[in-house]
Design a binder for this molecule. Structure first.
Ligand SMILES: Cc1cc2nc3c(=O)[nH]c(=O)nc-3n(C[C@H](O)[C@H](O)[C@H](O)COP(=O)(O)O)c2cc1C
Length: 178
């Protein structure tokens, strides 16, 4: 599968089978994360691979009761260290959210090639997630991502063009809005 096919076929999957992820496939997902770029290559991150069913259930509750998340055999929890990130994005901003988002995006695209489904989880109560996984106070939970085989094959399918804004709305050439 080439990169563009993976981009085109990635969909948010919210229903998973209980099929285990083979160890070598999980290793490939870890590699996709590790190879992600980060500002100054600081790699201000740590990823918790949550496989324990009880913990996955608790994380789903902490994610505003998105209980379907717990069906997936792995929940990847992306943690960032603000003090290790680049702090001058645009002259003033911390790169932590961007760095971690790129790494999770690598995971979501590499997953497509393996027939795995993923879904970004941004709706969660950070303090609860920290308590569940013993994450220190100074660490930011940037996002979570269940990873697993979709419950049905048709959950990974090409993008529906009508659900994306038109080129004319989101691109301009040489000057903003032109
Ligand atoms: C930062 C971010 C946070 C998201 N949080 C959630 C979430 O908490 N729950 C959920 O079901 N989907 C979540 N999504 C998935 C979006 O709803 C989804 O990507 C969007 O509707 C486009 O659909 P697609 O991923 O199938 O292309 C999130 C996506 C992003 C990028």
């Amino acid at each position: 599968m080439n990169v563009f096919e993976a981009i085109k076929n990635r969909r948010s999957v919210r229903s998973f089978s209980d099929r285990a992820i083979p160890a070598e496939v999980l290793e490939k997902m870890k590699l996709a994360i590790r190879y992600a770029p980060s500002a100054c290559n600081f790699q201000p991150w740590h990823f918790i691979i949550v496989t324990d069913a009880k913990l996955r259930g608790s994380l789903a509750q902490a994610a505003n009761d998105q209980l379907w998340m717990a069906q997936a055999p792995v929940t990847m929890v992306a943690c960032g260290f603000a003090d290790q990130a680049y702090k001058k994005m645009g002259g003033y901003d911390n790169s932590i959210d961007i760095d971690l988002a790129i790494a999770l995006d690598h995971l979501s695209l590499a997953a497509v090639e393996e027939g795995l489904g993923t879904c970004w989880i941004g709706a969660f109560k950070e303090e609860e997630v920290k308590t569940i996984l013993n994450i220190p106070n100074n660490v930011k939970v940037v996002g979570m991502m269940p990873v697993g085989y979709p419950a049905t094959a048709n959950l990974i399918r090409p993008i529906d063009e009508s659900r994306r804004k038109a080129d004319s709305e989101i691109f301009s050439t040489n000057s903003f809005g032109q």
